[in-house]
Design a protein around this ligand. Structure first.
Ligand code: 3AM
Length: 171
């Protein structure tokens, strides 16, 4: 199974991000379907089902956030993967700690270590070949989440889908 930890926003916030994107955030790439909007905390890659229980046990031992809210008020563009994204402008030290903890839990079951710096973001478009223009309306969108979700990334006929396989609400 191809797994990653992420934050899953409220459906209402996914709709608001989608509406803002439709109004003002154009790009030449493929728009991510609103159902797929998420914030990746730690990408684990292929983890077999045998190791899933050990992974969940490792996460059970962590101190995890309950409900939280971010303000998405900046956009960014990464030319190499062609990703146009939305994220919080304010640094997120608590999320950085969480990312490090989840990364270590992943490494205990064989996931490789992430060497890139964590940049909290929600991908809006993939495969952009030219830098997207600055949106005409600056974003200030809420991203409300409850705890941490372990997602399976599944490739189907209609593209990729993210299925929650476990969730921790910090309670
Ligand atoms: O949340 P985003 O869209 O930035 O790009 C993939 C997506 O991130 C990323 O994991 C998220 C869920 O698929 N991803 C996919 N393959 C990856 C890899 N080999 C990866 N991140 C790091 N290394």
């Amino acid at each position: 199974m191809r797994l990653f930890f992420g934050l899953d926003p409220l459906a209402e916030d996914k709709r608001a991000i989608d509406a803002w994107r439709a109004r003002v955030a154009t790009a030449d790439g493929r728009p991510v379907p609103p159902a797929n909007f998420h914030l990746t905390l730690a990408f684990l890659g292929e983890i077999d089902e045998r190791r899933l229980e050990a992974l969940c046990d490792a996460v059970d031992g962590l101190s995890l956030p309950g409900a939280g809210e971010l303000c998405l008020d900046r956009v960014g563009y990464w030319p190499k993967p062609g990703i146009f994204w939305l994220g919080p402008g304010v640094p997120q030290p608590a999320l950085e700690t969480l990312v490090a903890d989840l990364g270590r839990a992943g490494q205990r079951v064989g996931a490789r270590r992430e060497r890139r710096r964590f940049v909290p973001h929600i991908t809006l478009y993939r495969g952009c070949r030219v830098p997207p223009p600055a949106p005409a309306e600056a974003p200030a969108l809420p991203f409300r989440y409850r705890g941490v979700t372990l997602f399976e990334s599944r490739r189907g006929r209609d593209g990729v889908r993210y299925e929650p396989v476990a969730a921790w609400d910090g309670g």
